[in-house]
Design a protein around this ligand. Structure first.
Ligand code: NAI
Length: 358
């Protein structure tokens, strides 16, 4: 059987650090295991264009392993050409780089390693909220420059205590963010999600649900985005919605870049409508060198907490999702049932409500 994996290139870091399992070099730790069973295992980072290794090999692969950190975009056209493809496995969480509706039509299953990196992301979200609210990045840059001007930083530094923080999406990550924020004594924790939290879960963190998105954002000092990317969430945070935010609110998005409109966010930060934007996800990855989110600043020269897509690929997370991918493939090869929580698309239908209440 032919198995194709598209992973990010780890270079010398992957040779020096074998726990970087999600790289081409360390191939999720699956190489020997698959080859000893007589399977062909191709691993590449080359994913763009018709002559890429990905597009050439996907036409006859039975299993495709991809990762959100270096997404191989499996479009409807490619699915049409991939005549042998039966199983797509996402090494991580979030399968928006796959045309899920086309996979349903072709009866290709799509599985993720659900939960594998949700704590990793939730920690990053809390860090990002704090670094924006406390104006951390410009303070550190000042120190590296050899300068010292307390007032210049303190004029835009606040406490998280007493602020209203809300999450768009209160699933695995969103809920963990709320749990981690509870001890900060925020004024209120809010959430917007079409599925209400169970009462005891909402009570445990003291979170209140607001069902109208504009009303929700208008109440928040900090908004964090934790929904999957699909038709209903693409461009959800656009110029119109940003106009309903409190002036000077902070926005953190570690979900997917395309949920927030690139130019609307850039303009909002530059004008001060947003005091800052932070996250690790970009609409197309790797992000182009001239992407405005790399360098946008608020009127006081701060408010940018952008990093490459790594919040969910800590070494701990890589260990969990590499093990999860192995388990999914082992189940598939041996005809065993899959853990239902990992199934995004089963044979011919969605098996989760995370990508829409269908
Ligand atoms: P989850 O499935 O546990 O939670 C998603 C929540 O969003 C659910 O509660 C669902 O009801 C809600 N939702 C879906 N569509 C909605 C809509 N239109 N309006 C309101 N609520 C809606 O997913 P989880 O594990 O929390 O992950 C969320 C997303 O985070 C992933 O799909 C992925 O895109 C992203 N992610 C990013 C990572 C990173 O490294 N930056 C790593 C892992 C996930």
């Amino acid at each position: 059987m032919k198995i194709l994996a598209v992973l990010y290139s780890g270079g010398s870091a992957a040779k020096e650090e074998p726990r970087l399992l999600g790289t081409v070099e360390n191939e999720l730790g699956l190489g020997e295991w698959l080859e000893s069973q007589g399977h062909e295992y191709f691993v590449t980072s080359d994913k763009e264009g018709a002559s890429s290794v990905f597009q050439k090999h996907v036409v006859d692969a039975e299993i495709l392993i991809t990762t959100p950190f270096h997404p191989a975009y499996l479009t409807g056209d490619l699915i049409e050409k991939a005549k042998n493809l039966k199983l797509c496995v996402t090494a991580g969480v979030g399968s928006d780089h796959i045309d899920l509706n086309a996979a349903i039509d072709r009866k290709i299953q799509v599985l993720e390693v659900s939960g594998s990196n949700v704590t990793s992301v939730a920690e990053h979200v809390v860090m990002s909220i704090l670094l924006l609210v406390r104006n951390f990045v410009p303070a550190h840059e000042m120190i590296e420059r050899g300068d010292w001007n307390v007032a210049q930083i303190a004029r835009n530094a606040f406490d998280l205590e007493g602020k209203v923080v809300g999450t768009i999406g209160a699933g695995r990550i969103g809920y963990r963010v709320l749990q981690r924020l509870k001890p900060f004594d925020c004024k209120e924790l809010l959430y917007y999600d079409y599925a209400p939290l169970p009462k005891d879960a909402a009570d445990a963190v003291g979170a209140r649900r607001i069902q109208d998105l504009k009303e929700f954002v208008s109440k928040c000092d900090v908004v964090t985005v934790n929904v999957p990317l699909y038709e209903a969430t693409r461009g959800l945070v656009n110029a119109e919605l940003l106009g309903h935010f409190k002036r000077g609110a902070w926005l953190v998005n570690t979900a997917r870049g395309a949920i927030c409109d690139r130019d609307a966010v850039t303009n909002a930060v530059k004008s001060g409508q947003l005091n800052g934007y932070s996250g690790d996800v970009w609409n197309v990855q790797p992000a182009p060198g001239d992407h405005p989110w790399r360098t946008m600043k608020n009127p006081l020269g701060g408010g940018n907490g952008m990093v490459p897509h790594y919040s969910g690929t800590t070494l701990n997370a890589q260990n969990r999702y590499a093990n999860g991918v192995k388990q999914i493939i082992d189940n598939y090869l041996n005809g065993r049932p899959q853990d239902p929580v990992n199934i995004i698309v089963g044979i011919g239908k969605y098996e989760t409500k995370a990508y829409g209440q269908r």
